[in-house]
Structure formats: structure tokens, C-alpha cells
Design a protein around this ligand. Structure first.
Ligand SMILES: [Zn+2]
Length: 172
């Protein structure tokens, strides 16, 4: 009985066209800005999960399906109410943050040992130099990358991390 109820609820919930359009628009932007990294990205999948997360093994992002049948303004409001969304950039912010994890993993997976060492050192140096753009950025170096990446993509901070990423990307 519980299983049937859950299945019905899942069926009833669908992606609002505005939410889908935001997803499509953001994917296009990310693809244009980071074509190499985007090529190995499997994309954003709506699933029955509670939190968005990037899976480095599958190279895809799981997004909670629940609540995505509402207009974008409402989804944005909910995203901004979440503890981790200190930057208040709504659904788009979540997407770009998660793609930041993919970029980090892409460099780690593709780079030679030298690139890897350089990337590791760069992240540490920049995190000290630039500090934490949000409370969530202080969680660990991975979250620092994702939050700083988001802030720079949305022009909230000068593109220091993105500049470093683009430099490294040339050799990948
Ligand atoms: Zn994250």
C-alpha cells in the first residue's frame, strides 16, 4: 500500500516548464563556457532524493524531483530557504554549484600528476587568498570550489578560480 502511494505521488509530480527551461538554459551556458568538461558530464537527473548531489563515478547530478512541479519563482524561494543556499541564487545556483563539483572532478580525473598537484595547490592557495564566499564554502575544499565557482559564474566575485580552471583546461 505504501509503495503504491509513493509511486502515485511520483507520477503526479512533474517538472514545471519554467523549471525545465531554467535547466536547459543553464546547461547551454555551462556547455558554452566549459565545452571539454561538459562533454564528459552525463547531466542533471531528477530523482527521488532529498538533496542535490554530484556523483563523481557516474558524472551526473541527482536533483530532488519533489516540488519541481511549481513555477520557477517558487522553486527558487525553496532553494534559497535551504541551509546551504547562502548565495541565494535559487535553482540556477544549485545547478551551477553542482557543476562546479564536476569541473573539480574532471580536472582530477583527466589531469596528469603534475596538473593534479598544481590544481590541489591552487585550490588551497585561492581558498586562503579569497576566503569563503558563503558559510557552506567553509565545509571543505570541495564545497569551497563549488561555491566559489557559482559566485564567480554569477559575477558576484572576480573570476579568479575560473581563470585558474581555464588555464588548467588548456592542458587537458
Ligand atoms: Zn556541493
Amino acid at each position: 500500500m505504501i509503495k503504491i502511494g509513493a509511486a502515485l505521488r511520483l507520477q503526479a509530480s512533474s517538472i514545471h516548464p519554467e523549471v525545465q527551461a531554467c535547466l536547459d538554459r543553464t546547461c547551454k551556458e555551462l556547455k558554452r563556457a566549459f565545452p571539454k568538461a561538459y562533454k564528459t558530464f552525463k547531466g542533471f537527473q531528477f530523482k527521488r532524493v532529498n538533496h542535490p548531489s554530484y556523483d563523481a563515478w557516474d558524472r551526473e547530478v541527482s536533483l530532488p524531483l519533489f516540488g519541481k512541479d511549481k513555477p520557477l519563482a517558487e522553486v527558487d524561494k525553496e532553494e534559497n530557504a535551504a541551509d546551504s543556499s547562502v548565495l541565494q541564487l535559487g535553482f540556477e545556483g544549485t545547478l551551477i554549484h553542482e557543476f562546479g563539483h564536476h569541473i573539480d572532478h574532471f580536472i582530477r580525473a583527466k589531469g596528469s600528476e603534475d596538473v593534479l598537484t598544481e590544481w590541489q595547490a591552487l585550490k588551497k592557495q585561492l581558498s586562503v587568498e579569497l576566503g569563503n564566499v558563503s558559510r557552506y564554502a567553509a565545509t571543505n575544499l570541495s564545497e569551497w570550489v563549488a561555491e566559489e565557482f557559482l559566485a564567480e559564474m554569477k559575477q558576484k566575485r572576480p573570476p579568479k578560480l575560473i581563470g585558474a580552471i581555464n588555464n588548467l583546461m588548456r592542458n587537458l
